[in-house]
Design a protein around this ligand. Structure first.
Ligand code: NCD
Length: 298
């Protein structure tokens, strides 16, 4: 069975294969071509944390491919409120559907769900752990907008400690040859284990020193919900912000990505600048998730 729990579950060739497949689905995602290859299939969306893009784009992807979606929302509304375990919930739901997409606040929850499921499980974010489908759409966006996945200078900016999109992206980036800069307040620095994954190919930097050299500026939100200490959050809140002045120093063809939601780390005036690609990136979630769904369900 083909679960997708961590980006490590995929080889470089498999990643490229999914990106190529997503390319073929773009016109279906735009509603320009009909392709009902998932007709008769049911996807269960099991979300224990807030989500807009991930949940809706999975749902849209499934429906555009002719499939159906059941949504199992918040713990309060399901039998988990009566004390049912995640294992039992997954065991039961997996008998109702053909694949499960799960988002959970605990790291490891998706892996645990997969162990208890009779159908493929896709991790849509587990705590500060992994977010492999976001990584695939991030790579897709980079390849579309920069026309390559190697030989780039990529700056990862913001909350490198708790962002699962960063932790997941780093595991994929180690497969491609790029220069990586890590830009964060000290207390949000990338954990040692991920630094090791990058094997000396990443360097801590200050934004003002490198902004002119980057091809991709990947910005993240401070993951407020992951802080154990409110005081620690207050110390870094608002500590970085991408403004039009900063963006105007970027070189030709450079792009800004963000998994979204944005809070205040990118000034809204940047949205209309040519470097801003984060809304396009959110759209690419649909063809990429179509490719993932067809991969695990067919
Ligand atoms: C991200 C997440 O949930 O990790 N959102 C997303 O899926 N696009 C990023 C975030 O919440 O900051």
């Amino acid at each position: 069975m083909k679960h997708l729990i961590s980006i490590d579950d995929l080889s470089k060739d498999e990643i490229i294969g999914i990106l190529d497949k997503a390319e073929d689905f773009e016109d279906v995602a735009l509603g320009l071509r009909s392709c009902k290859i998932l007709e008769g299939k049911i996807l269960a969306n099991l979300f224990f944390e807030p989500s807009t893009r991930t949940r809706i784009s999975f749902e849209t992807a499934m429906k555009r491919l002719g499939g159906e979606v059941v949504n199992v929302s918040a713990q309060e509304a399901s039998s988990m409120a009566k004390g049912e375990t995640l294992a039992d919930t997954v065991r039961v739901i997996s008998n109702y559907c053909d694949a499960i997409v799960i988002r959970h606040f605990l790291e490891g929850a998706a892996r645990f769900a997969a162990e208890n499921s009779s159908v493929p499980v896709i991790n849509a974010g587990d705590g500060a752990g992994q977010h492999p489908t976001q990584t695939l759409l991030d790579l897709y966006t980079i390849r579309k907008e920069c026309r390559r996945l190697e030989g780039l200078t990529i700056a990862l900016v913001g909350d490198l400690k708790y962002s699962r999109t960063i932790h997941s992206l780093i595991k994929a980036l180690k497969l491609f040859k790029n220069k990586i800069y890590l830009v964060s307040p000290e207390i949000l620095a990338l954990p040692e284990e991920f630094l090791e994954e990058l094997d000396g190919n990443a360097e801590k930097a200050k934004l003002e020193d490198i902004i002119e050299s980057v091809d991709v500026l990947y910005v993240t939100r401070i993951q407020k919900e992951r802080f154990l200490d409110e005081e620690e959050y207050r110390r870094v809140a608002g500590s970085y912000r991408i403004t039009p002045e900063i963006v105007s120093r970027m070189k030709d063809g450079a792009i800004i990505l963000h998994p979204l939601p944005r809070v205040d780390e990118i000034d809204v005036r940047v949205d209309s600048m040519r470097q801003a690609r984060y809304f396009k990136q959110a759209f690419y979630g649909v063809p990429v998730r179509m490719a993932i769904l067809s991969e695990v369900m067919l």
